[in-house]
Design a protein around this ligand. Structure first.
Ligand code: 5GP
Length: 118
């Protein structure tokens, strides 16, 4: 499957669509989810054309993989979630209900979270 250059997160990365930014560096951008499922719900996306975690880890250079993972931790720090705890999640593909075909890690927090899967 080819990367869709018109997906909404590609447009956010290009600056064509605004976002409520939490953290940014050369590797990643983190912003609040438009339809939050927890008191804190932030998405962290890598700067590059990657659809899923498998696509990313197969194709991205090592410094981007490291930088992206570090950015997830930095985002949790920026949100003051580290002590209280938080959840990360990345949906991939149809069965996981991935809506936007640009890799994104969700960060959920701000309350005690329930069991992971329904
Ligand atoms: P997925 O189901 O692909 O794992 O999650 C996609 C997420 O992107 C959803 O939680 C959805 O609310 C969020 N989302 C979709 N469109 C936009 C948008 O234009 N801006 C922001 N900030 N979030 C979006």
């Amino acid at each position: 499957m080819a990367y869709d250059q018109t997906n909404i997160f590609a447009k956010i990365l290009k600056g064509d669509i605004p976002c409520n930014k939490v953290y940014e560096d050369e590797f990643a951008l983190a912003f609040h989810d438009i339809n939050p499922q927890a008191p804190v719900h932030v998405l962290v996306i890598p700067k590059g054309d990657y659809i899923s975690m498998a696509d990313f880890t197969a194709k991205a250079p090592a410094d981007l993989i490291t930088g992206y993972m570090r950015a997830v931790g930095k985002t949790a720090e920026a949100l003051n979630l580290v002590d209280a705890g938080y959840r990360t999640l990345a949906n991939a593909g149809e069965n996981a209900h991935q809506e936007v075909p640009h890799l994104h890690i969700h960060i959920f927090g701000g309350k005690p979270l329930g069991p992971m899967l329904d």
